[in-house]
Design a binder for this molecule. Structure first.
Ligand SMILES: Cc1ncc(COP(=O)(O)O)c(C=O)c1O
Length: 437
């Protein structure tokens, strides 16, 4: 290991603190990382919400190795390769009800979000509704770090350093409310009415100016905010009423996190565009994608002359052969090992275990859905986020990787997780919580 950690400017990291006390991961297998000092670390967060099939799955590793040795790169601008078409077809077949018929490939969640926003605005334009340019996000939303994503996103620190962002964006209120919903199991009962704020925004700007609303069905990075019962349904109904496109950012919820292929299936709410990434390749090779509902692609085809490019958008690595091979193998693993059904089956056990932390010191809320959960801690007076970061370090020292955001601990293990891993996870967490100052 190089002893000089200076040159790497680490993303979303307290660089000086990390470099003084580095946490380096050297290898991984199934549910565990191996730290550089040779310790086994149970992965409670699937890497960064992405390694849904477990680490270094031999089938995925082999598929990538084979692909890179056969066709390292092929452009998808006016060219193609078989894997990308096969993958797109497999993906649309995974979507419930045959509602989505096209897939656009990207390399990350941020690119998927920006792609979805651009398609939404362009879709209205090609249909002759070019005045629909406004975008509606939500407070506390996380949609990656592109200018589109931070503009519709609702996390102050991710926005305030970066100028005026893109114009014409409004935000719905977030749905987090401890007074009404603390310690809810699954979807909280209170808060569906918060979707009605969309009506207010429509009244203010007029529907003819609004292109799309984007939300995470379950907000992940902001600290796991579960949608209130009926909330997503209401958003869908209001969007329908005014011809506004609804975008689900399923970068975390896609590929089994809730025990179904996608959250759209879990909630029975069908958006118009779905942004995904992360679990599409189980985190092995960067890839993202945007699903479009029937009719969207057709509108672009109808508007452009035969032989003309219909959408002026794409990335050099859209549908990269190695990413496609990784995704195809990942989808095989999900299917062959029944991982989404396994996640669904474990969800109630997970719920019981996570809620067993209620009553421990500093715990002011526990929430869960599928195989995702969060424990919210009372912040140390005048020192936000310090208590949770302390908890992260102590868990890591005891062999558990968690994620924190502010004073919220987030958990989302690989979907291969077993009951004994879950027990171990909550045993370590409860020991740590009891010992926290
Ligand atoms: C909901 C959501 N959207 C977008 C992103 C951004 O993805 P990426 O980091 O791959 O750009 C994330 C990342 O955590 C996410 O959780």
């Amino acid at each position: 290991m190089s002893s000089n950690l200076d040159a790497f400017w680490m993303p979303f990291t307290a660089n000086r603190q990390f470099k003084a006390h580095p946490r380096l991961l050297a290898a991984a297998k199934e549910m565990h990382y191996t730290s550089h000092d040779g310790r086994q670390i149970l992965d409670g967060i699937a890497g960064l919400w992405c390694v849904n099939a477990g680490h270094c799955h031999p089938k995925i590793v082999e598929a990538i190795q084979k692909q890179v040795a056969t066709l390292d790169f092929a452009p998808t601008f006016q060219m193609g390769h078989p894997g990308v078409f096969e993958l797109a077809q497999r993906l649309v077949e995974m979507m419930p009800g045959g509602n989505f018929d096209r897939v656009f490939f990207t390399n990350s969640g941020s690119e998927s979000v920006d792609t979805a926003l651009k398609i939404a605005i362009a879709y209205h334009r090609v249909r002759g509704e070019g005045s629909r340019v406004r975008l509606i996000g939500r407070e506390r939303g996380y949609h990656g770090v592109g200018f589109g994503g931070i503009s519709v996103g609702g996390i102050g620190a991710n926005r305030k350093f970066f100028g005026s962002l893109i114009p014409g964006v409004d935000h719905l209120p977030h749905t987090h409310n401890l007074e009404h919903n603390a310690f809810s199991r699954g979807q909280p009962p209170w808060g569906a009415h918060l979707a009605d704020e969309l009506e207010r925004i429509v009244t203010l700007h007029d529907a003819s100016t609004i292109a799309a609303v984007i939300v995470e069905p379950v907000a992940g990075s902001t600290g796991v905010l579960i949608p209130p019962v009926g909330y997503l349904e209401r958003l869908r109904a209001i969007c329908d009423k005014y011809g506004i496109l609804l975008i689900f950012d399923e970068v975390i919820t896609g590929f089994g996190r809730l025990g179904t292929s996608f959250a759209t299936e879990y909630f029975g709410v069908t958006p118009d565009l779905v942004a995904v990434a992360k679990g599409i390749t189980s985190g092995t090779i960067p890839m993202g994608a945007v699903f479009t509902r029937q009719g969207i692609y057709d509108a672009f085809m109808d508007a452009a002359a035969e032989g003309a490019i219909e959408l002026f958008h794409g990335y050099t690595y859209s549908g990269h052969p190695a990413a496609c091979a990784a995704a195809l193998a990942t989808l095989d693993v999900y299917e062959e090992e029944g991982l989404f059904a396994h996640a669904s089956h474990l969800a109630s056990y997970w719920e019981d275990c996570i809620h067993s932390l209620r009553g421990l010191p500093h715990v002011i809320d526990v929430r869960n859905l599928g195989l995702v959960g969060a424990i919210e801690l009372e912040p140390l007076p005048g020192k936000p986020a310090v208590r949770a970061m302390d908890c992260l370090q102590r868990c890591y020292d005891k062999g558990l990787l968690i994620r924190t955001t502010g004073d919220i601990i987030a958990l989302s293990p690989p979907l291969i997780v077993k009951k004994d891993h879950i027990e171990q996870m909550f045993e370590i967490l409860s020991q740590v919580l009891r010992g926290l100052p």
